[in-house]
Design a protein around this ligand. Structure first.
Ligand code: NM2
Length: 523
């Protein structure tokens, strides 16, 4: 246990902030929940526009970079081969960036939009149905993936082009903040990132645990209780802690592969044994609707909501802003991960690949799982909405699956898949948290005990909140914990542009063939 390797200021500050949230929430649960809800309303109400600007800005920025000179920079020397084939690369980035929440929202998000559509549309009307099938894909679409990809640019650039083994957000900000990266400002950036990720993980667990619990209940008959959910959380933690402990090339990779095969099976099964034609047509039509309306959807803030007497839907705050905040808190972590697996690709390949494969993957989930549930509702084979309003979303998800053939097999498989999906996100998250709270890595990896430490720390807040009955409060933790990460995102984009443009200019002026950028331009 090499204590000198730990970056103590970052480590301690992150824990102090975590406990300064956990302890008051434990002692004063109701007042604590009220404060969190107010902070949440304040941030989404006043600063919602910042999130939407960031989302749209990130997508435009990435498209601009991809087709600029900077996009041709290769991550590695000119003759470096791609470290991973495109299939495993896409599989790994998808498994790390997407957790069990896609099973939850992919299955049930449409039901919320169907009952509470945007743009003042009448609930449960045909128009509401069309938007219900499209909005989920939009919230998991190109803008969301642009938020994930943006931090990968500076990180990958420093790692492979400037050849500094950086696994810290503060380091990736160095071209802009200079030597302050080594002082309190650098620590603050890393701590805010850690805190944001803990909040994002809280949202994931607050949604995932009850769903897994419903699955376990369906299979074993054990009633869903606090104790049972606590055991589920602990089992999940043990799995991802073990995977993180064994490292990227073993546990993390094995789980990712398993994850992708199980997912492909589930999606193919629902597609073939569900309403194949309806699923295909609805997915295709929804894609067209998104392309047609992307700017309307990406900028809709319901400005009339502030006019007295207006019947506000709060749709932007509850959905688009909430989602962008959630993607933002995970983004630096996914950026670190994507950067790490992208050796041998150009910036353009990495960027467009993440945007395209990420979006496609999510379209498959929402298109197949979501439209299956929607079909059950519309064809009146099963009243999903009635069931959900009575028993809750998690139970409704399992009940939808129960309508499939061989559901005795599909439901346990879905439950195991949810656990693995959660684990493949959290194992890489604890790995990256350990890397960020360390001064340097040994053999390119953070210390093992340190990874385990963060695996269990990820679980503390959700566990405490579950016992005091605040799991629902935690669903919006991403918003409150992640607000400062907006500024870190801007810093990272700026940092990449500054460093890569500086190098390209230097190379142009010096015309030295051996300069790093020449070596890294893919021609
Ligand atoms: N995102 C993709 O819970 C999870 O699936 C992790 C969630 C940010 C909405 C990521």
């Amino acid at each position: 246990m090499n204590k000198r390797l730990i970056d103590w200021p970052t480590f301690i500050c992150a824990l102090v902030i975590l406990f300064s949230v956990v302890i008051p929430l434990t002692l004063f649960p109701e007042a604590g929940a009220a404060v969190i809800n107010q902070a949440n309303e304040f941030i989404t109400g006043i600063f919602g526009i910042l999130y939407l600007l960031l989302g749209l800005g990130a997508l435009i920025f990435l498209l601009f970079v991809s087709f600029s000179k900077n996009g041709n920079i290769k991550l590695g020397a000119r003759n470096t081969k791609k470290e991973f084939g495109t299939f495993s690369w896409a599989a790994m980035l998808f498994s790390a960036g997407i957790g069990s929440s896609i099973l939850y929202w992919g299955m049930i998000e449409w039901a919320y939009y169907y009952q509470g559509p945007p743009f003042g549309i009448t609930p449960e009307s045909e128009e509401a149905i069309n938007w219900a099938a499209s909005y989920g894909m939009f919230h998991w679409g190109p803008i969301a993936w642009a938020l994930y990809t943006l931090p990968a640019l500076p990180i990958a650039y420093f790692y492979y082009v400037r050849k500094k083994p950086i696994l810290k957000i503060s380091e990736a900000s160095r071209p802009v903040i200079g030597k302050y990266a080594d002082g309190p400002l650098g620590t603050l950036i890393d701590v805010l990132f850690i805190f944001g990720l803990l909040g994002g993980a809280g949202t994931t667990l607050a949604l995932g645990t009850p769903m897994i619990a419903e699955g376990v209940n369906h299979v074993t008959g054990i009633p869903v209780s606090l104790g049972m959910q606590a055991i589920i959380m602990l089992v999940c933690t043990a799995i991802f802690a073990a995977s993180s402990y064994s490292g990227i090339n073993r546990g993390i990779k094995v789980l990712s592969d398993l994850n992708i095969w199980l997912v492909l099976f589930l999606l193919a099964f629902v597609f073939i044994f569900g309403p194949t034609l309806f699923i295909s047509e609805m997915t295709f039509t929804s894609l067209g609707r998104i392309v047609n309306n992307i700017f309307t959807m990406a900028t809709w803030l319901e400005p009339l909501a502030s006019i007295p007497g207006y019947n506000a839907t709060n749709f932007p705050e509850s959905w688009t802003i909430f989602y962008w905040a959630w993607w933002v808190v995970y983004a630096p972590f996914v950026g670190l991960f994507v950067a790490r697996i992208s050796r041998g690709r150009t910036i353009k390949e990495m960027t467009l690949g993440t945007l395209i494969y990420g979006t496609l993957g999510c379209v498959l989930f929402f298109g197949i799982l979501g439209n299956y549930g929607l079909y059950l509702q519309l064809s009146q084979s099963f009243d999903v909405i009635g069931f959900m309003n009575e028993y809750g979303a998690s139970a409704a998800i399992i009940a939808i699956l129960d309508q499939l053939p061989i559901s005795w097999f599909i439901i346990p498989m879905f439950t195991i898949l949810a656990i693995i999906f959660l684990a493949t996100t959290f194992d890489s998250a604890s790995y990256i948290l350990a890397a960020v709270a360390q001064k340097r890595l040994i053999g390119g990896e953070p210390l093992r005990w340190h990874r385990i430490f963060w695996a269990f720390t990820l679980m503390i807040l959700p566990m405490v909140l579950m016992f005091i009955g605040g799991l629902e409060t935690l669903q919006t933790a991403s918003i409150v914990a992640g607000f400062p990460v907006i500024f870190i995102m801007i810093l990272l984009a700026w940092s990449f542009m500054r460093a890569s443009t500086e190098d390209l200019n230097k190379q142009r002026d010096a015309r030295k063939p051996e300069s790093i950028t020449i070596d890294n331009i893919d021609r």
